[in-house]
Design a protein around this ligand. Structure first.
Ligand SMILES: [Zn+2]
Length: 187
């Protein structure tokens, strides 16, 4: 069953039956989206809207990771919604809002962890796994929307890196779009 974040891998494995995925073939494709923000932090949609959209897109799973919030889990949104598995972690950051870390399976939001190594260790000790979020983000085109790359590379114990992030990519691509719009306005 997919009813909680602890023991997440075991639960996802056990959830294959719920997801109508054949176990008779050697390979299965399980499609989902991770690192999603909702109105519990700076996202634009509620959980109800998010779940409805994911179901419309026929995703198998989503993992929502609001900034410093497990509000969606506390509100009971984690679990199966028909065939969609909804897992809820959170995105931790340091006091300067830098060094974002996707914490999945952590029992709580570690408000008091101040240094990246401390919150990496805290999530692991809590039974969770974690990924360095948008570690090479650039986007230097808007002063009010600066990049948030990972800066503390001496850390250890994390489980992986985020290698592509739609928001980061969009922000970086918009550089080539803006001058056209600006020149359009000027012509
Ligand atoms: Zn982030």
């Amino acid at each position: 069953m997919c009813t909680g974040s602890s023991g997440i891998i075991l639960k996802v494995t056990n959830s294959i039956e719920n997801m109508n995925i054949s176990t008779s073939n050697s390979f299965n494709e399980i499609c989902g989206a991770i690192h999603i923000h909702t109105t519990f932090s700076d996202g634009g949609v509620s959980y109800e809207e998010l779940i409805k959209t994911a179901q419309t897109l026929k995703l198998d799973y989503i993992i929502a990771t609001d900034h410093m919030s497990l509000g969606g889990r506390d509100s009971g949104f984690e679990g199966f919604h028909d065939n969609l598995c909804v897992l809820i972690g959170y995105e931790h950051h340091d006091p300067d809002i830098r060094n974002h870390y996707l914490a999945i399976g952590s029992k709580k939001v570690h408000q008091n962890s101040k240094k990246p190594q401390e919150y990496i260790d805290a999530v692991k000790k809590d039974g969770g796994i974690g990924f360095l979020a948008h570690p090479a983000e650039k986007r230097h085109y808007f002063s009010n929307l600066p990049p948030y790359p990972w800066n503390e590379w001496q850390v250890s114990g994390y489980d992986g890196l985020e290698i592509w992030n739609q928001m980061s990519d969009w922000m970086e691509q918009i550089r080539s779009y803006l001058p056209q719009k600006i020149s359009g306005f000027c012509s």
